[in-house]
Design a protein around this ligand. Structure first.
Ligand SMILES: [Cu+2]
Length: 214
């Protein structure tokens, strides 16, 4: 009888804890141990996590002949708008495998939104201004976080279960699957640290804003 009581108490506890969503916090650091900002930490598996209801489109502006932001993480199935806030025309395109598209020369809000339905790295460019570049990181689901200046991140709202979590950065030499970590969430928050090997940042060409390209 005593054993049954203990078992019932344990089951009640397990049920209560599984109903509470948990958070994974942690930090992304470089090979030198210094914090890495603007890394994206995301749930790789299970890929088919329930995402929140389809939200409004994400935005990648063009302003002063640059994409803003230069790195945009989104969940697969999200539409992105590319409003042009310059007084000149841009011609936005990508040749990347997860999404090939082209928005021929346009101004203002004239370009239709683009649907990104496959996970992966989509490099964005402008046909007119070679130095304009950005990345849209299409993730398997909406459980992702971007690291702060101190390299920390917080992935909230995770139910109990097994997850594969990984980290990506525009300059990372590591494949996301090689640095992925398995985590069991069982009624407690979890902590993770990712170490990335970063390539040096590419410097911007000095031609930015030159008259001849208008
Ligand atoms: Cu342009």
């Amino acid at each position: 009888m005593q054993a049954l009581k203990v078992l019932l108490a344990f089951l009640a506890m397990a049920a209560a804890s599984s109903a509470v969503a948990r958070t994974i916090t942690g930090q992304v650091v470089g090979a030198d141990g210094k914090p890495v900002a603007n890394a994206v930490v995301f749930v790789q598996e299970p890929a088919a996590l329930q995402s929140a209801a389809a939200s409004s489109p994400a935005i990648m502006d063009q302003f002063n002949k640059a994409f803003v932001p230069e790195m945009l993480p989104i969940a697969a199935g999200t539409q992105v708008r590319f409003p042009n806030r310059d007084q000149i025309r841009h011609h936005v395109y990508s040749f990347s495998r997860p999404k090939r598209f082209e928005l021929p020369l346009y101004k203002g809000e004239d370009a239709p939104p683009v649907l990104f339905d496959k996970p992966g790295v989509v490099k964005i460019g402008c046909n007119i201004h070679d130095w304009m570049s950005a990345i849209i990181l299409v993730l398997p689901n909406d459980r992702f976080a971007v690291t702060q200046d101190d390299g920390t991140f917080s992935l909230p709202d995770l139910d109990s279960g097994q997850y594969t979590i990984t980290a990506w950065h525009a300059q990372s030499r590591d494949k996301t699957e090689d640095i992925a970590q398995r985590v069991a969430i069982a009624g407690k928050d979890a902590q993770l640290t990712f170490k990335l090997s970063l390539a040096p940042a590419r410097s911007r060409p000095a031609t930015r804003g030159a008259r001849w390209d208008q």
